[in-house]
Design a protein around this ligand. Structure first.
Ligand code: HEM
Length: 867
């Protein structure tokens, strides 16, 4: 009996081996008979690396796609890279064959092997660590999306608008801060780490970009000792700083949770909802090797979210300036649906036009134009072409989103392609479509982006808010080509109380959107000029604030680290102007903690009022004694007046002091007192400047209260045995166990084998709606044989909308344009909300996390970056 069993087993094994051999023989035969993918001829060893431009490299890959077909290969420094420029092919390979196409290529400039180290989910190979982190990511994303991302985008959108009003020239910084603050809140429940997060994102982006760190161009520099290789030293410090930052952030959430134990008191901050809190509440159940892995799993999502989403926000500004004819339909929708309130995530179904603007912006200027590469783990044959094992596979988003059969006139920014039924991309119901989810820019198969929901929320609320308050317009300095720059004047902006209907919007779309009649960019234009049409600013202004200037906005910005803020509301019964009207002057004073920084910004509600307010015009206000501020303005002024003038000198000297404001009640009292007190002095005209001096002196008088948070990391403590106990293999961090897969499956069930995104029903939503049939490979030949257009200068040299950063995430370089406030009441509402929230402590400044400021020391701190 035993002999028979042995014989059966032996036969089974033999059969298995034979079948495997036959399979591999057939495969080899298939590979042998398969054609080589087409592609450009290159030099020995380096291949075609030398042909890649530093700027807009994706356009070179797109150019090769035009020459060699929708899938081609190119040798880049000895590595085989396959570029795919059609959605259908990317789907066939990266989604349908995801079992073999879901790895990631090795990135030489990083300290640890990105494929196995467990640090960066988007860069890991398809292994156990990736699987458990992806599972975690899905849960935190789903849970936060169900709660509309805790309204963090809405909270931060007020600050975004306020910052854009305060300093339009820094619009890009405001947008990046908005995205970083929302992501920071999501990751750790607080916005205070947003500057650090931005820097972490910038540095990692350099580390992973082929055009970034030197180690990615010359990997040998990473093998040299630290003291002989600047690049290696940079990377090691980056890695240490990142780890420390993630751990500290996690620790802060943990400590707050422990302190609070579920009880929120006025003295202790509530533990805000965050991904870290979710992690810590169920720390054991995620199956991570240590809390450090948890810190990275959250931190990586912070980084992934911090810079990506800001790029399309900036591209949106480009589109508004270069295609002004469409702005009116967006403003119409916004005014009709929202009126006097800012958008929320819940408005999405009602605002297809805003969604179309966002969707079209992502298509027109994809933030990751080269796509994120996958790696192929075994030889494959596709449509008769051999794709060698180890190839790096790029879904070239720049070309995929320019397929002329799906996107007629692909280089034109045209949001109506999503709103007008004549276009192949039109899809109903408009309460859901257009949407940015399930779209090629977010990748394919098992590696699709985890952050589509957050991106949608950020862009919808962020850009919706911007369009609610502002209109944008090219100026001479925007770089618009001559023939584009003369917009025809249009009727005034729709009033907020507009009784236009959805049908009106769509008839407007109909009138401008027929695809057969491509529009002239000049055919319509909406300027939306209001009396206070422009927040003009003057960076050159220096010295004392002059009350007689007639500004709508005046600022002296020498740096942007405002640390305290006061507000004042003055209902003026009369005005120096002939048309007297009720006006509100809101004044913001910002004191900075070094002497080169004074920022004074003011807003006049009617846009025409002068800031000059004579004594007689100033309202007599009752003097209020601030209760909680601990500061009595009147007694301070009395004391001050009694001192010799020499000792009264205002001291705006470098010092880490300022006033702390405990609640808004005491602030308005303080401001009111300050106003009354300063007006009671002879020859005094109230100016923010004099108030600033007074406040500065008061701060000195009280010894000052350190305001700018500076946090130093304690010396690293030896890691507790508890932390280390789960790390399974030394060397790789966090590491795999000896039989990781089995161990993991035993503990947590099978590895994620995510179902492919369901294939669309025939008449239902499709990934690329109305895609005309499958890709016909005969077309490859046709493409190859078609006469080549004459070589022209590359678009990025001639087109002003192509001035992009060179890293993996392409964002437009800052440019000049005119930002106009569409509605003054809205601007005032924003300013007021910002002040209220700031005083409530909602809008905290960013913290500095390192000794000696951001530059840190040899261990930690900000490294050198470029964009
Ligand atoms: C405009 C915004 C964004 C774009 C264009 C974008 C694009 C991408 C792309 C192309 C991939 C690779 C997909 C593939 O390999 O097939 C990816 C992966 C990923 N994204 Fe995003 N992303 C964006 C925002 C975000 C945000 C806000 C988050 C998180 C908060 C995020 C988290 C991730 C993660 C975790 C992965 C890795 C998935 C994996 O490898 O398994 N992304 N993203």
């Amino acid at each position: 009996m035993a002999v028979i069993s042995l014989a059966v087993i032996a036969v089974a094994i033999t059969m298995h081996v034979v079948l495997k051999k036959i399979e591999s023989y057939q495969k080899n035969k298939a590979f042998a008979s398969a054609s080589k993918l087409p592609g450009p001829k290159g030099l020995p060893l380096i291949g075609n690396v030398h042909e890649l431009p530093e700027k807009c490299s994706w356009m070179k890959f797109a150019e090769w796609a035009d020459e060699h077909g929708p899938i081609y290969q190119v040798n880049l420094a000895g590595e085989n890279h396959v570029w795919i420029s059609r959605d259908k092919i990317a789907h066939d390979l990266l989604s349908k064959r995801s079992a073999i196409y879901s790895d990631r290529p090795y990135i030489p400039a990083l300290e640890h092997d990105n494929r196995t180290s467990g640090q960066y989910l988007p860069l890991m190979s398809k292994n156990l660590v990736w699987s458990r982190q992806r599972r975690f990511a899905k849960q935190i994303m789903d849970a936060s999306e169900k709660q509309n991302f805790y309204s963090y985008p809405e909270i931060e959108s007020t600050r975004l608008l306020f910052e854009m009003m305060s300093d339009p020239s820094q619009y890009n910084v405001a947008m990046e801060s908005f995205v970083a603050r929302v992501t920071c809140r999501l990751a750790w429940g607080t916005p205070v780490a947003s500057d650090e997060l931005k820097q972490r994102a910038r540095e990692l982006l350099i580390g992973v970009s082929p055009t970034g760190a030197l180690g990615n161009k010359i990997p040998a520099v990473m093998s040299l000792p630290e003291n002989m290789s600047k690049s290696k030293a940079w990377e090691l410090r980056r890695g240490r700083t990142e780890k420390k930052f993630f751990e500290v952030m996690q620790d802060q959430v943990r400590q707050t949770m422990e302190r609070e134990e579920g009880v929120s008191t006025p003295l202790l901050p509530t533990v805000q909802p965050s991904w870290t809190r979710m992690y810590l509440e169920h720390a054991k159940s995620w199956g991570f090797s240590s809390d450090t892995e948890g810190a990275y799993a959250v931190g990586m999502h912070g980084i992934a979210g911090a810079l990506t989403v800001a790029a399309p926000m900036q591209s949106f500004c480009l589109a508004m300036c270069h295609y002004p004819q469409y702005q009116s339909i967006l403003h119409e929708e916004i005014d009709r649906v929202l009126g006097d309130r800012m958008p929320t995530f819940e408005d999405m179904p009602d605002m297809p036009v805003l969604r179309a603007f966002i969707r079209e912006t992502l298509r027109w200027r994809p933030p990751v134009p080269t796509g994120i590469p996958h790696a192929l783990i075994q030889d494959d044959v596709y449509e008769g072409y051999h794709i060698p094992k180890g190839s790096v596979i790029h879904p070239l988003e720049w070309s995929i989103s320019r397929d002329p059969e799906v996107f007629p006139e692909p280089d034109e920014w045209n949001p109506t392609r999503w709103l007008h039924s004549d276009y192949p991309t039109y899809q109903e119901p408009l309460t859901r479509y257009p949407t940015i989810t399930q779209y090629s820019q977010f990748g394919y198969g098992r590696r699709t982006c985890q952050g589509m929901g957050v991106t949608e929320a950020d862009l919808f609320v962020g850009l919706g808010s911007i369009a609610w308050l502002f209109s944008m317009e090219a100026t001479d300095e925007t770089g618009v080509k001559a023939e584009e720059s003369q917009p025809e004047p249009q009727p005034q902006a729709a009033e907020v109380e507009s009784d236009a209907t959805v049908d009106d919007t769509f008839s407007e779309i109909d009138s401008i959107a027929a695809p057969s009649t491509p529009m002239s960019r000049r055919s319509t234009f909406s300027s939306h000029e209001t009396p206070a049409d422009l927040i003009s600013f003057d960076n050159e202004a220096a010295g004392d604030w002059s009350p007689s200037i007639e500004p709508k906005r005046l600022s002296m910005h020498l740096n942007d680290s405002a640390i305290s803020l006061f507000s004042a509301d003055y209902p003026a019964s009369e005005s120096t102007h002939s048309h007297s009207r009720q006006s509100t002057l809101q004044t913001q004073l910002s004191m900075h903690d070094n002497d080169s920084a004074i920022s004074v910004a003011s807003f006049a509600s009617d846009g025409e009022s002068s800031f000059e307010m004579s004594r007689k015009q100033r309202p007599q206000r009752p003097r209020l004694v601030p209760k909680d501020s601990g500061i009595s303005m009147s007694s301070f002024i009395a004391q001050r007046e009694s001192r010799p003038p020499s000792s009264r000198k205002s001291t705006l000297k470098p010092r880490p002091t300022s006033l702390r404001i405990n609640n808004s009640q005491s602030v308005s009292s303080l401001i009111s007192e300050m106003h009354t007190a300063s007006t009671s002095r002879q020859n005094s005209v109230y100016t923010p400047g004099s108030a600033l001096s007074l406040l500065s002196e008061m701060a000195d008088e009280q010894g000052g209260i350190p305001r700018r948070h500076s946090m130093h990391f304690p010396e690293p403590e030896p890691e507790s045995p508890k932390d280390d106990s789960n790390i399974r293999v030394a060397g790789e961090w966090p590491g795999l166990s000896t039989d990781p897969e089995k161990e993991y499956v035993d503990l947590f069930g099978p590895l994620i084998d995510e179902p492919e995104p369901a294939l669309p029903p025939v008449d239902g939503p499709t990934l690329t709606p109305n895609l005309p049939g499958a890709w016909n490979f005969a077309k490859v030949d046709a493409v190859k044989e078609a006469p080549r257009p004459k070589k022209q200068a590359p678009l990025y040299e001639t087109d002003p909308t192509m001035n992009f950063s060179t890293l993996l995430i392409a964002k437009p370089m800052p440019f000049k344009f005119k930002l106009s406030i569409r509605n003054q009441a809205r601007a005032e509402m924003v300013a007021k909300q910002w002040i209220d929230k700031r005083l409530e402590g909602e809008y905290q400044d960013s913290k500095v996390y390192w000794k000696n400021g951001v530059q840190g020391d040899s261990e930690h701190g900000w490294g050198e970056t470029f964009s």
